[in-house]
Design a protein around this ligand. Sequence first.
Ligand SMILES: CC(C)(COP(=O)(O)OP(=O)(O)OC[C@H]1O[C@@H](n2cnc3c(N)ncnc32)[C@H](O)[C@@H]1OP(=O)(O)O)[C@@H](O)C(=O)NCCC(=O)NCCS
Length: 195
Amino acid sequence: MAAEPRSMQHVSDRSSRSDGSGVSIVAMRRRHLRAITVIEKEVNPHPWSMNLFSGELRMPASRIWFTAIEGNDVLGFSGLMVTHDEGHITNIAVHPDHHRRGIGSRLLLALFNAGVEAGVMDVTLEVRASNGPAQALYSAFGFAPGGIRKGYYQDNSEDAIVMWANCIGSGAEVDRRAVIRDRFVPDPKVDPDAR
Ligand SMILES: CC(C)(COP(=O)(O)OP(=O)(O)OC[C@H]1O[C@@H](n2cnc3c(N)ncnc32)[C@H](O)[C@@H]1OP(=O)(O)O)[C@@H](O)C(=O)NCCC(=O)NCCS
C-alpha cells in the first residue's frame, strides 16, 4: 500500500459460501470510517487517519473505495486512485479475525472491475518487502514486481516492492480473475460484481 497518499458505484457481492456468507462489498461511506480506522490501526504500523480517509471520499472523480461488510460489521476495505488509464491501489486491509475468507480477493475484484469501467489499463501498488501474505494475494491477481523503492516506509525504513498488473481488461486477465471470482463469489446471478 502507499505509505501515505501523497464514489463510485455500489457493488453488491453476496455469497452463498459458508465461509463468506453474508459478506457484501459496497461503496465506502463516511459511516464506515470509524470501524475502518480501527482495522487500519490493527494492521498498519503507520495507520492512515480518519481525516485522510475522509479526504479520499471527497475526491470521487479519481478515487474508488470499497468496504466489506457483514451485518453491521465492517470487515475490510480497499482503495484505488485513478489517473487517466493508470490505477494505483492505495490501501487494502481485512480485519485480522477474518483473514483467509476470500474477503481481500473480493475487495480486489471490486477494484479491478470498477477500474476497468473507469478506463484503467494498468494497476500498480507498493508493498512491504516483508509482507508475504499481501504479495501472495497480488500475485494471484497477476501483479509482478517492477522495482524497489529503498526505505519507502517511514516507520522502519523498510523497502517497498513496486508491483504492476498490466492490460487488466485483456481476455487473459479477465479469465484470471474469473477463476478467483468463481472460488470466492460463487453465484454470479445475484452478484453484479461477477462479470
Ligand atoms: C493482505 C490481506 C488484505 C489479504 O486479505 P485476506 O482476506 O486474508 O485474503 P484472501 O482470503 O482473499 O486470500 C486470497 C489468497 O491470497 C493468498 N494469501 C492471503 N493471505 C495469505 C497468507 N497469510 N499467507 C499466504 N498466502 C496468503 C493466498 O493465496 C490466498 O488464497 P488461499 O487462502 O486459498 O490460500 C490481509 O492479509 C491483510 O489485511 N493484511 C494486513 C494489511 C495489509 O498487509 N495490506 C496490504 C498492504 S500492501
